[in-house]
Design a binder for this molecule. Structure first.
Ligand SMILES: C[S@@+](CC[C@H](N)C(=O)[O-])C[C@H]1O[C@@H](n2cnc3c(N)ncnc32)[C@H](O)[C@@H]1O
Ligand code: SF4
Length: 454
């Protein structure tokens, strides 16, 4: 691809785990009562038919990886575990008190931070605690993120016994110099060991997270990392673009300099070569940054146009209500979003006062709901259409003109009142979504908010 096209499209842009994106939420119009009403409405509409999802944020890590953009608290003190689990269960009970029926839990995702920072006993307390006031929905799907350096066989076995069948391990890159720069020393045999255990125990989907664009990473590192990955044959792979966001406070992106981070064409080449290698090894691109073997449920959902994307990432089924428990978690009631407070202290304070620890939120307008549908279609199916009346985009010249320009650049093709993303356009799906993002168009961010799209 030509340098000028890369330069043209390499702009700061959201990753669209939600629409509107968090910085564009209308916080002034959001109230706790309204959130409660939206949760209750969504619960009534969907609990019996499809169940609800829970995302649980477990924020602690023993050691700071300096590339990391997640909300985490670094500590080696494991006495933090028990009060945190008690607080999460308290928050869950506050939600249960709003429901007029027993919740049917369809999905649980344990994210972080590092869920495997917690002992087997505390994780068991968490999951069994949730089910004291809930039942399992049909075809439930439980998953967690494991750190290869501290996931034990006992973690994998206990979570399996509790119903977990999917696990993803953070790998990032195997090169020593990259691991040193990001302060994450994690030898191949650690990843091999946990992958092997998970498979032996019976997990049906094992994922590895890889990143391109890390400091000091060169093409040979990406090739070597994918070769090693191939030998372990994970069912799915995240191949993330490194999000360099050092301006976010408390993020800890340090220990390397800006110029150590591959950019523009150099970074794009890491992706292009990596993607080719993944294709050669039987992995199919199923959405932004995500690849899966044809036997994995995520690939099947992509094929059947059933793939869904939310704050947990991609999933093979959709639930209307997703409740985020734990510090900084985001909930989605379809009609509204809400995010929890970001510090553990503020989280405990709210719960001690028997209040939901919600920091801010947004109630979606009619227009937001339409745009969100287009963005979900693009992110999950690489296509969208406005053939139905309520998907009104043909009248918005700004959007259509921008899409026409993208058609000229070879990223999309116009088909019956809609567009399809081309193979060339897939890595630019964030840019294509941005064409629909009327909130971003109306008000450009005043400060740096988003990572670069390439
Ligand atoms: C919560 S972490 C994974 C679980 C566990 N803490 C670990 O490190 O293995 C989730 C994933 O987010 C990805 N991630 C974190 N920071 C990122 C960044 N700045 N850019 C791109 N991906 C990032 C990494 O691939 C990481 O494995
Ligand atoms: S990558 Fe994982 S272990 Fe490292 S700081 Fe981030 S959340 Fe913690």
């Amino acid at each position: 691809m030509g340098t000028s096209l890369l330069q043209k499209y390499n702009v700061p842009g959201p990753r669209y785990t939600s629409y509107p994106t968090v910085p564009y939420w209308d916080e002034a119009l959001f109230t706790a009562d309204q959130w409660k009403a939206a949760v209750q409405q969504s619960f009534r509409e969907s609990n019996r038919s499809e169940g609800i999802s829970l995302y649980i944020h477990l924020p602690f890590c023993e050691s700071l990886c300096t590339f990391c953009g997640c909300n985490k608290r670094i500590t080696k003190n494991h006495t933090v575990e028990s009060p945190y689990i008690a607080a999460v269960l308290h928050e869950w009970l506050l939600y249960c008190a709003m429901f007029d029926d027993r919740p049917q839990i369809k999905e649980i995702h344990l994210g972080g931070g590092t869920p495997t920072f917690f002992s087997v006993k505390e994780l068991e307390k968490l999951i069994t605690g949730l089910f004291q006031t809930a039942d399992l929905a049909a075809n439930f799907d439980f998953s967690f993120e494991g750190h290869p350096n501290n996931t034990t066989r006992a973690h994998l076995q206990k979570l399996y016994d509790l119903g977990f069948r999917r696990v993803s391990f953070g790998v990032q890159d195997y090169a020593d110099k990259v691991q040193e720069a990001i302060h994450r020393i994690q030898p191949f045999h650690n990843v091999a060991k946990v992958t092997f255990w998970a498979r032996e125990i019976g997990y049906t989907s094992i994922g590895h997270d890889l990143i391109f664009g890390l400091p000091f990473q060169v093409l040979e590192d990406v090739i070597d990392t994918i070769e090693k990955t191939k030998s372990l044959a994970p069912d799915r792979l995240a191949f993330y673009s490194y999000a360099h966001v050092p301006w976010i406070k408390g993020n800890g992106q340090r220990g390397f300099k800006d110029q150590d981070v591959p950019k523009d064409e150099v970074k794009r080449q890491l992706y292009e070569v990596g993607k080719e290698l993944l294709y050669e090894n039987g992995y199919c691109e199923i959405g932004m940054d995500h690849f899966a073997l044809k036997t994995d449920s995520l690939y099947k959902a992509f094929q059947n146009k059933k793939l869904h994307r939310n704050f947990m990432g991609y999933s093979h089924s959709k639930t209307q209500l997703m409740i985020g428990l734990g510090v900084s978690s985001i909930s989605d009631s379809w009609y509204s979003f809400a995010q929890n407070v970001k510090t553990i202290e503020a989280y405990y304070l709210a719960l001690n006062n028997n209040k939901l620890p919600v920091l801010r939120g947004h109630q979606l307008t009619e227009e937001d709901l339409i745009i969100r549908k287009h963005i979900l279609n693009l992110m999950c199916q690489f296509e969208t259409s406005w053939s139905e009346n309520q998907m009104y985009f043909s009248e918005i010249p700004e959007v259509i003109n921008q899409l026409k320009e993208m058609e000229h650049d070879g990223f999309v093709e116009f088909v019956k009142q809609g567009i399809q993303v081309t193979e060339k356009g897939k890595p630019f799906v964030r840019n294509i979504c941005m064409a629909f993002d009327l909130r971003l168009k109306r008000k450009a961010p005043e400060t740096e908010l988003f990572s670069m799209t390439i």
